[in-house]
Design a protein around this ligand. Sequence first.
Ligand code: NDP
Length: 485
Amino acid sequence: MRKLWINGEFVDGAGGGRQAINPATEEIIGEYAQGGNQQVEQAVQAAKEAFPSWRRIPAGERAAMLHEVARLLRENREKLAMELSLETGRSIRKNRGYVDWSAECFDYYAELGRHYRGRVIPSPEASQLSLVLKVPLGVVAAIIPWNYPLLLLVWKLAPALAAGNTVVIKPASYTTWVSLGYQELFAHLPPGVVNIVSGPGAQVGEYLVKHPDVRMVAFTGSTEVGQQIMRLAADDMKHIHLELGGKDPLIVCADCELEEAMRAAVWAGFLNAGQVCTSVERVYVDQEVFDLFLDGVVDLTNKLVLGPGTDPESEVTPMIRPSEREKVADQVRKAQSAGATIHTGGRIPPSKSKGFFYEPTVLSGVTEDMLVMREETFGPVLPVVPVENFEEALSRSNQSQYGLGATLFTRDPKKVKLYMEEIEAGNVWVNDPLIDNLAGPFGGMKRSGIGRELGQEGFEEFFETKHVHWEIDGGVKPWWFPWDE
Ligand code: NDP
């Protein structure tokens, strides 16, 4: 049974053992220990005690330890990718890439941490020195969703550690087994710098968020839980960083490369069975090319291969659990009864007696008031909507409570300029959806979150900023006394 990792040691959980399930086969793949509040106490205490020396480690030494994490990620690539596929169901080919990317992320922040500086700013007097100082926050809680259990952890962990913080990780319940295997990546770090505590979010996660010694909560997950975390963090004024749900639009203009737009829509709609925060979930297509586009997308969707992520040939992998699949199926059913047309999919594939598969689904005839157009659909569903022109598509794209990502397909630079300035999304893609860059900030607007991950911006989140005024010459200053002058 995989155990918790606290203060550099394996620890039993207070909550007994749990079984990890492969969503593609429903088979048990392993067992893991479930933590409780007591383990949160131990982990936060360990992180708190490790913080004073970790923050003081010379930048070069800390960078070397983080590069070692990157090396270990690369060394364990195949094992990690396979375990990720077993527990999430997602593609082994993609998972290999995510392990590589995680390693790059550690290398990137190791170097950023080594070179990062505050700054000296002008002072009114020659005898004064004014500095902007960046210092680590202390104990950071990293709360992770199940859909990218490694990558989304690394996006928090690498910058948090490079900034000099210590971390308590709370993985998602569905992906605890793989996450409790990460300790081998951190065993060379001083004890307490990284701790992993499993347990139910509503209990262990909340207890961690509320813990008075936690200075920052870095969270990726649903908007609902993000809102709760914001409330829980309010009492102690903790720093929060929230990466939440989305309802990303894709705008297809009549002047674009239509074949490419079709392929992109299918890829970005059905990757990881649509269980990606930046999945395309609404497609607005110029009416001039709407029929052509819809036919093309349905054709491509019908050719997709459904299967387990462990099979490199699989293109659409299973959903994580029947309960999550049911939420998606319910949105599709409601859309259909309100007048939407299902062109393909909309059901559990009859060929799959095992696994939590749902057929990739293409809808038309949807209206903005339907759940499938308003709420996040965390599954393989692509509603396609005709619009009169680009302006209408832009305006409808922005009529959402979410603002995570958006994609535009066009060849017209004037449209691109207007779109990149006015689209209400933190991640703005042109002719190529879902592409992130380690050095570029990632995050959402509106109900999609607060703060940014990756890049310089993602590093800044993990510091406290101080202004230092230093009077170098001693002596009583004329402006101290008397008060009335
Ligand atoms: P959840 O919000 O259900 O859970 C996320 C994490 O929070 C889990 O570790 C969960 O633990 C924990 N948690 C749950 N309740 C609480 C609580 N009250 N206090 C503290 N922690 C809690 O999200 P999912 O895991 O279902 O992930 C899917 C969601 O994540 C989607 O909405 C998706 O859009 C979003 N997401 C956003 C991304 C972004 O970058 N913007 C990227 C990827 C996903 P447990 O599992 O034990 O319940």
